[in-house]
Design a protein around this ligand. Structure first.
Ligand SMILES: Cc1cc2nc3c(=O)[nH]c(=O)nc-3n(C[C@H](O)[C@H](O)[C@H](O)COP(=O)(O)OP(=O)(O)OC[C@H]3O[C@@H](n4cnc5c(N)ncnc54)[C@H](O)[C@@H]3O)c2cc1C
Length: 321
């Protein structure tokens, strides 16, 4: 269990369209309104509107001129989103030359794609809360806004303009849909089968071994953690990187997650809630730079409607330190 924010609905739709289907064949997709609640203190919170016009008004009420700034920000973000969808997302990334395309190059020249996201946001807004709000989407990418390139304002476009969606019945509905399509196409699915080793012949994987089975294969797509596959499943001669290399990497932060089921409605929370109490503008950077500091929790709680309430806690002590 993990995901709960259904953003970029067009990506899921494109996937289903490949099989002449639509997400609506599998689940009801509802736009969540307000998008989420952001707590700054116990009784001090903002409900972030899901409709762009209301969002612009909301920004204007917080900081004079911020509506216009948000429109400018989103115009650029929407360009990045379209460029990423058309020219980046579906590239195999085998060579740099894949990216030498005029629309992308134009974007590089026109927009600051590689300045830091933190700097980018601050060039539009001054109000510290608006800055927190605008920086929150890139936390999902696992690094400080100072380290994330401004290209990723495309996340803001999706989160704030396309909106936050939810498949009725839960995110697992997507898994069921993918499973159904795979099975219809003849796939055989094995669960609870950990692959411990690959057999490699002439640089191709020919077998995947589990504890009690050997599966012959023509190709392998390993979608699990790269480090795990490289260091624990592949035999040494076939690894891409050494242990020394992996030890020199700064890993993206991890999470501590609690699932709490309660049998009554918790007042004052929405479907998605962010708790940014005690967060200052230096907090994310400090944690991301691995500096010691007090553990400032950054919570997200998720409460799917009419189900048990799930509280999902991402503790920034691990998240950012
Ligand atoms: C707490 C949390 C919250 C998130 N929230 C969101 C969100 O709201 N919205 C969103 O879009 N994304 C969210 N994400 C990200 C999203 O969950 C991931 O991007 C997505 O699950 C990746 O899917 P995947 O199939 O590529 O990899 P995974 O879901 O990681 O699947 C890899 C699978 O491989 C299996 N595996 C590992 N080793 C082996 C082995 N040796 N043999 C066989 N199987 C193996 C694992 O058990 C796992 O099932 C969240 C992630 C986390 C952790």
């Amino acid at each position: 269990m993990g995901p709960s924010w259904y953003w970029m609905p067009d990506i899921a739709e494109n996937f289903f369209n490949v099989f002449a289907k639509s997400s609506l064949d599998f689940y009801d997709l509802k736009k969540i309104s307000p998008s989420f609640r952001i707590f700054f203190e116990k009784d001090d919170y903002w409900d972030v509107p899901s409709e762009p016009e209301k969002l612009y008004d909301f920004f204007e009420r917080t900081e004079t001129g911020a509506a216009k700034q948000l429109q400018k920000f989103m115009k650029q973000a929407s360009f990045k989103y379209d460029a990423a969808m058309k020219h980046l997302l579906y590239m195999p990334s085998l060579t740099w030359s894949e990216y030498l395309k005029w629309p992308l190059m134009k974007g590089f020249l026109r927009y600051s794609l590689f300045t830091s996201f933190g700097k980018h946001v601050r060039s539009y807004f001054k109000h510290p809360r608006l800055i927190h709000l605008m920086e929150f989407p890139v936390f999902f990418l696992g690094a400080s806004p100072k380290k994330i390139p401004a290209l990723y304002s495309l996340m803001n476009y999706s989160g704030f303009i396309q909106g936050t969606w939810y498949p009725m019945g839960g995110m697992y509905k997507m898994i069921e849909a993918i499973r159904q399509i795979a099975v219809e196409k003849g796939a055989k699915i094995f669960t609870s089968s950990e692959i411990n080793e690959f057999t490699v012949n002439a640089s191709s994987i020919t077998n995947c071994k589990t504890k009690d089975t050997v599966h012959e294969c023509e190709a392998v797509i390993a979608s699990t953690d790269y480090h795990h596959i490289d260091q624990h499943v592949l035999q040494e001669p076939h690894r891409s990187y050494s242990e020394k290399y992996w030890n020199s990497r700064i890993m993206a932060p991890s999470y501590l997650i609690f699932y709490i089921g309660v049998n009554k409605k918790i007042p004052n929370i929405l479907h998605h809630n962010l708790f940014l109490m005690k967060m200052s503008s230096s907090t994310p950077g400090r944690f991301m730079r691995n500096q010691n500091g007090p553990p400032v929790p950054y919570f997200i709680s998720v409460a799917p409607p009419k189900l048990i309430y799930l509280l999902l806690l991402q503790v920034v002590k691990t998240f950012f330190s």
